[in-house]
Design a protein around this ligand. Structure first.
Ligand SMILES: Cc1cc2nc3c(=O)[nH]c(=O)nc-3n(C[C@H](O)[C@H](O)[C@H](O)COP(=O)(O)OP(=O)(O)OC[C@H]3O[C@@H](n4cnc5c(N)ncnc54)[C@H](O)[C@@H]3O)c2cc1C
Length: 383
């Protein structure tokens, strides 16, 4: 028994409590400063690596902790409670790492896995183009097979972490279907143009990433080059991103709740404490209720992922729709409870408000979510 246990490298134990403590010490006190600076400092990126948070689901053999998806969601909720920009960086890095784990060859896993787990290599996800966001089929970036490898040309926009990432997971039109390619940043022909002054997740170091006659070897291809399975790389990767954003949105609601309760307990108007006003209590009770509901929806999607149940895809859509709309609604109410202080730089709620709006747009906009959920209603109950 003991012999068997020593065969696997030792994994770090990550759980909600330890990640919350990490976030409260290393992220929460500085998140407003990151937001103002429009960047996350290198020191924090390194600390996240030391804490094992970049790709915790990777197996211990690749340097990860082998965490299940429920725990992954809890980690992203806790980071999202502290800073949505940092959580966004974890999201796209996690998407690339997860796709590598799911579809990577043994050589690709060996080359990139340990560096991604440690955060020595940071990953980004490149799908959106200036003319193609929700309509992913309209991407025009082309991957042409040549000499056993690929030649990549096109432009990607709104790439989270693009300014800093070392490795890009790029989706392009291949000869037969959409293909996924791993593109190191230092490949000749890769161009990076920072995007500044974004509404929310201002520290997530967005960039436009261009590819001009980028020559890649055969080992750049992640997953198959054609057919149903090639399409699954995109679907599966987006599902993980959506799950992370859902969890991060729960974190925003939790942060709004904590900030609002603390403020209402301190502030008085006309001789009455805010905490005793029924209209303020109504707002807080909605936050308490919605954060619990959203957390359960995310956990449900996570459990289905851990069970390998394909129903997780729809559960993740529902969780992300519910959690992101709850985040946007409650962040607005958190600003309202803070009055003018909610609009100023001394309290974090203005940041939550701006970040929450972004959650309704990324990884499937609200409208696309509702369209997809309604399609499920017809499929199941009015076929
Ligand atoms: C902060 C931030 C970070 C991002 N990070 C990344 C990243 O890392 N990688 C990446 O690839 N992309 C990223 N994106 C892009 C993001 O995924 C897209 O913005 C999103 O998919 C929406 O696409 P779009 O902006 O082109 O809007 P459009 O698709 O042009 O939609 C415009 C509006 O029309 C609505 N709409 C679209 N289709 C329908 C429909 N069928 N029915 C009704 N309404 C519809 C949309 O909901 C939206 O309100 C990021 C965006 C932001 C803002």
């Amino acid at each position: 028994m003991t012999d068997q246990l020593t065969l696997e490298p030792t994994a770090r134990v990550l759980d909600r409590a330890s990640v919350r403590a990490f976030v409260d010490e290393h992220i929460n006190p500085y998140a407003d400063a990151y937001d103002r600076a429009g960047a996350v400092p290198e020191e924090l990126l390194a600390r996240i690596g030391e804490a094992g948070l970049w790709a915790p689901f990777l197996p211990p053999g690749l340097g990860g902790s082998g965490t299940d998806m429920v725990t992954f969601g809890e980690i992203h909720e806790e980071v999202g409670r502290g800073c949505s920009s940092v959580r966004s960086l974890l999201t796209v890095h996690g998407m690339l790492s997860w796709a590598l784990q799911r579809w990577g060859s043994a050589e690709q896993l060996e080359r990139w896995g340990p560096s991604l787990a440690a955060g020595r290599v940071l990953g980004a996800f490149c799908l959106t183009e200036p003319q193609a966001g929700s309509d992913t089929g309209a991407i025009t970036t082309r991957a042409v097979p040549r000499g056993g490898g690929w030649v990549l040309d096109g432009a990607k926009k709104w790439i989270t972490g693009g300014r800093r990432a070392d490795l890009f997971l790029v989706f392009a039109q291949g000869p037969a279907s959409t293909v996924a390619l791993l593109v190191p940043r230092d490949t000749p022909g890769v161009g990076i143009s920072p995007i500044d002054d974004i509404l929310g997740t201002r520290a997530s170091m967005l960039a436009e990433v261009t590819f001009s006659d980028v020559r890649l070897g055969p080992d750049a291809l992640l997953g198959p080059a054609a057919g149903f399975a090639a399409g699954m790389v995109l679907t599966g990767t987006l599902d993980i991103g959506r799950y992370s954003v859902a969890a991060g949105s729960v974190g925003i609601v939790q942060a709004c709740l904590e900030a609002s309760a603390a403020y209402a307990a301190r502030r008085s108007v006309g001789g009455t404490q805010l905490r005793d006003l029924p209209l303020i209590q109504a707002k807080l009770s909605e936050m308490v209720t919605d954060v619990r509901a959203a957390r359960l929806l995310v956990a449900d999607a996570g459990r289905l992922k851990d069970a390998g149940d394909s129903a997780t895809i729809m559960s993740t859509w529902v969780a992300k729709y519910f959690a992101s709309t709850a985040a946007a609604r409650h962040a607005a109410e958190a600003v309202q409870i803070h009055g003018a202080n909610g609009c100023g730089p001394e309290y974090p709620v203005a940041r939550y408000y701006r970040d929450a709006k972004v959650m309704e747009i990324i990884e499937g906009s609200n409208e696309v979510q509702r369209t997809t959920i309604a399609a499920e209603a017809y499929r199941r109950w009015a076929p």
